[in-house]
Design a protein around this ligand. Structure first.
Ligand code: PLP
Length: 411
């Protein structure tokens, strides 16, 4: 990247429109009291992107703190093992804190600092976004409060400890199902109450406009780097890009740079859990009985819901994919048939987790293992001169306890 290229390029895509819509999806479904705050955020964000000093500061921190650019790795043994397409991995697992979430947390924390808001609130489910936010807050000297369902606090002890060690205040949420969606409600409530001093740092390509756009922008470095690395190191673009889709931030971050490359297929992989028939999954696009357009947490997208519009409980072996809605831009890309969405079950992800570990010496996050599972299915059906690029969104150290429990590995 040359010095006069802004770290985050101006949006040349046709979405979102000025009201934050991606076709029929997106928008702002929030209480009236939040509209001025969202307007203030939009204005501040536009002004930050236009400021070369902001762009340079973000670029410098991504290089010297996060460790960007992350490499691409040719998975040679895995490719030979499967026979067929050559598989390349974009190594977000090597970013500081072990996943792509820091790209967004750092960008938004810098924006909060620029806006003069020294108090950060965030929500977290499994704790990964909470850890990324606590990390960025520690780096910039911001006060950090993380809302977390009490059920999640009990099952994610190590991340709770990490956040506290990083100086964050972890606030238990005892309402509703005591998990992520309740934590989001509480974080929004805090923001409404304290909006003058407080910045709400949202963790995925979700929520009311401008969040899906900002998160896409901060994560788009994944695809910008990967596209240039493929051209430099491999000599051509991949035939297929694959990423797992929870809220959709790592996937949109990879896909965005390739959206005008018509010969590159974009594939998102949702959590198939125990299978569609079981009803225990988080595959918003795959189950027409319960996955329909609806509104959740400020945005219109595909939402898992019952016939009365009540939000369905979801299940995935990977906490990061376990959410009832999906970023609105994915609903739009699917509608436009620019991206396609499929699923991997818990069992397929656990298999891919082991295969990648043994073939490449890389233990992937269980979320990322869903993307690897799709590459394992596809590669053997493709010719040997074809290329698959998989976004390895994070490393698997955080998942060892879960995997031990699921596989019964001897301890
Ligand atoms: C949180 C997380 C995800 C899912 O979030 P997206 O916004 O869909 O990217 C995927 N992979 C890892 C490693 C995560 O921590």
């Amino acid at each position: 990247m040359t010095n006069n290229t802004p770290y985050i390029p101006a949006n040349t895509a046709d979405v979102p429109d000025a009201r934050g819509y991606y076709g029929d999806y997106g928008g702002r479904f929030v209480p009236e009291t939040l509209i001025p705050a969202l307007d203030e955020l939009t204005t501040a964000y536009d002004s930050a992107l236009a400021d070369p000093a902001f762009q340079a500061r973000l670029a410098a921190l991504q290089a010297t703190y996060t460790g960007r650019p992350t490499p691409i790795t040719y998975a040679e043994r895995l490719s030979e093992h499967l026979g067929g397409a050559r598989i390349y991995l974009k190594r977000e697992d090597l970013a500081h804190t072990g996943a792509h979430k820091i790209n967004n947390a750092l960008g938004q924390a810098l924006l909060a600092q620029r806006m003069g808001k020294r108090r950060i609130v965030a929500e977290t489910g499994a704790g990964q976004h909470g850890v990324a936010t606590a990390t960025a807050s520690a780096l910039l000297g911001l006060e950090c409060h993380v809302y977390m369902g009490s059920v999640d606090i009990a099952r994610q002890r190590p991340n709770v400890f990490r956040m506290k060690l990083l100086g964050a205040d972890v606030i238990p949420v005892d309402s509703g199902s005591k998990t992520l969606k309740d934590a989001i409600n509480e974080a929004i409530r805090d923001w409404v109450t304290n909006v003058r001093t407080t910045y709400y740092l949202l963790g995925s390509a979700l929520g009311p406009h401008p969040y899906p756009l900002m998160v896409r922008d901060f994560q788009s470095v994944i695809g910008i780097e990967a596209r240039a690395q493929m051209l430099d190191q491999v000599g051509r673009l991949p035939d297929v890009c694959i990423a797992c889709v929870g809220g959709g931030s790592n996937a949109i971050g990879l896909f965005h740079a390739f959206r005008d490359d018509d010969n590159v297929d974009l594939i998102g992989v949702e959590a198939g859990g125990r299978g569609i028939a079981s009803g225990e999954h988080a595959a918003r696009f795959a189950d027409p009985d319960i996955g329909r357009p609806g509104v959740l947490h400020g945005t219109r997208s595909f939402v898992l819901q019952d016939t009365d519009g009540q939000i369905k409980n979801t299940h995935s072996v990977s906490a990061g994919l376990d959410y009832a809605s999906v970023g609105p831009e994915h609903a739009h890309l699917r509608h436009m048939e620019r991206a396609y969405y499929t699923l991997a079950t818990d069992e397929e992800a656990l298999n891919a987790f082991q295969v990648l570990s043994q073939q490449e010496g890389i233990i992937p996050a269980l979320e990322s293992a869903h993307a690897v599972a799709e590459a394992i299915k596809r590669a053997p059906t493709m010719p040997p001169d074809s290329i698959i690029l998989v976004n390895l969104s994070g490393r698997g150290d955080k998942d060892l306890d879960t995997v031990i429990k699921e596989l019964g590995v001897e301890q």
